[in-house]
Ligand binder design. Structure first.
Ligand code: PMP
Length: 436
């Protein structure tokens, strides 16, 4: 599998060799790397990405779920060209920012007001800062296996190795060497989908906990949804104890017009965003209760600073506006139904080939796990066979299909039955080769 990949990507190989001299690992993004080297992208259009060697890939990676209208959509290209002519960043606010903010606040149940950032990382960082200032408490709780960006306080128990796992998920594991030891006192970890344990731990620390940050549809477990009781229980206990509940919808916002909170009917205090809301430009946002967000209002004396040279960049705002206007209820319905079809077809193929696998996912999102265990949390997701996941990724790549390295992916509004079948057939032809 790897030999076939290397034979068809000589230009990527030589670019990687050169890049590695100037950039550690050859790039600026850990998650974009895969062994032996990532394909260097030349351009992308619609459902396809083209690499520098002229290979074409049917794209289900779409920059970590971002390109919900496919690549280089003509309407997005047009507004970006227009905006570039009018100036690509200013120190003053623009009307486009107001329109996008209004669109989001009207769609998302929890969103009274919102602020834009350049990444989901900054969004979760500011949401946590707001929760701490609002409650006057400093500890935060997150779930084992939950990813919320790369800043310090969420870098705990993100991808702990099996050998570092304690007897249960409530023992926080620092993510990086050199983190201050106090981080494991200030960050409390919880087991996903386990309401009884999570609630017990939250009650123990209730007086010190500023917030609980979590995903309703957990991206790192292959877009696994939280159980209804679990989600409702988390809402109830945080409300009772005066703890700010933050839903990280950086990825899950794409599941319905009002995000996963609308789909599952559980409304947090604060929500964070990224990915689709910027039309492919760098973006993040956080928002929610007006009283918490008011802490960031400079006209009110702003106890909390929120600066950022490129926040609410007009290029991002106009591109994001195109996406949000495009995503009408019927568009979600069609795309989500195809997601359902894809998951069912993948399950049927694994059954047919007698490969022990679980297919997770909600709406237009899917995750593949090579295990016979039901996926309910980080530990069950960790039981997936890593070699089989790599074989799946490389095998599909050789068939001209791009998914996430972890075996997950997303559809976009251009996806039809044809692309769904191509993914399933690609798995049968190549993805399964290394697996069986
Ligand atoms: N939260 C979640 C759930 C994410 O998936 C990501 C990015 N994959 C982030 C936060 C961080 O967003 P960004 O990469 O834009 O900083």
């Amino acid at each position: 599998e790897i030999q076939q990949f290397v034979a068809s990507t000589p230009k990527s190989k030589s670019l990687q060799d050169e890049a590695a001299q100037y950039l550690p690992g050859g790039s600026s993004r850990g998650t974009a790397y895969f062994a032996p080297y990532p394909t260097f992208v030349d351009h992308a259009k619609g459902h396809y990405v083209y690499d520098v060697d002229g290979n074409r890939y049917l794209d289900f990676m779409i920059n970590a779920t971002t390109h919900i209208m496919g690549h280089a959509h003509p309407e997005i290209v047009e507004v970006l060209q227009e905006q570039a002519e009018r100036g690509n960043s200013f120190s003053g606010p623009t009307e486009a920012q107001v329109r996008l903010a209004k669109n989001l606040c009207e769609r998302v149940p929890s969103l009274e007001t919102v602020r834009f950032t350049n990444s989901g990382t900054e969004g979760t960082m500011m949401a946590i800062r707001g929760a701490r200032a609002f409650t006057g408490k400093h500890k935060i709780a997150k779930f084992e296996g939950g990813y919320h960006g790369s800043h310090e306080y969420v870098s705990v128990s993100v991808r702990p190795a099996a050998e570092d796992l304690g007897p249960d998920a409530t023992i926080p594991v620092p993510e990086h060497p050199g983190q201050p030891p106090s981080i494991t006192e200030d960050v409390i970890t919880l087991p996903y989908n386990d309401l009884a344990t999570s609630e017990r731990i939250i009650r123990e620390h209730g007086d010190e906990l500023a917030c609980v940050i979590m995903e309703v549809v957990s991206s790192s477990f292959g877009y696994l949804e939280g159980d209804e009781d679990f989600l409702r229980g988390m809402r109830a206990v945080t409300e009772e104890l005066g703890i700010v509940l933050i839903f990280d919808e950086v990825q899950s916002f794409r599941v319905s017009p009002g995000g996963a909170q609308e789909m599952f009917g559980v409304i947090p205090d604060m929500t964070t965003f990224g990915k689709i809301i910027g039309g492919g430009m760098p973006v993040g946002a956080w928002g929610g209760r007006r009283d918490i967000m008011a802490l960031f209002d400079p006209s009110e004396g702003a106890p909390l600073a929120h600066a950022g040279t490129f926040n609410a960049n007009p290029m991002t705002m106009v591109a994001g506006e195109v996406v949000m206007n495009h995503l009408t209820p019927d568009v979600y319905e069609r795309m989500n139904a195809l997601g359902e079809t894809l998951r069912a077809k993948l399950r049927a193929v694994f059954d047919e080939l007698e490969v022990p696998a679980q297919v997770t996912g909600v709406a237009s999102l899917f995750g593949i796990h090579f295990t016979d265990k039901e996926i309910v949390d980080y530990r069950s997701a960790l039981s997936s066979d890593g070699d089989m996941t790599k074989a799946l990724f490389t095998g599909l790549l050789n068939e001209g299909i791009l998914i996430q390295t972890g075996g997950a992916g997303a559809l976009n509004t251009l996806t039809t039955d044809e692309e769904v079948d191509a993914l399933v057939d690609g798995y049968k032809a190549g993805g399964a080769r290394g697996v069986r």
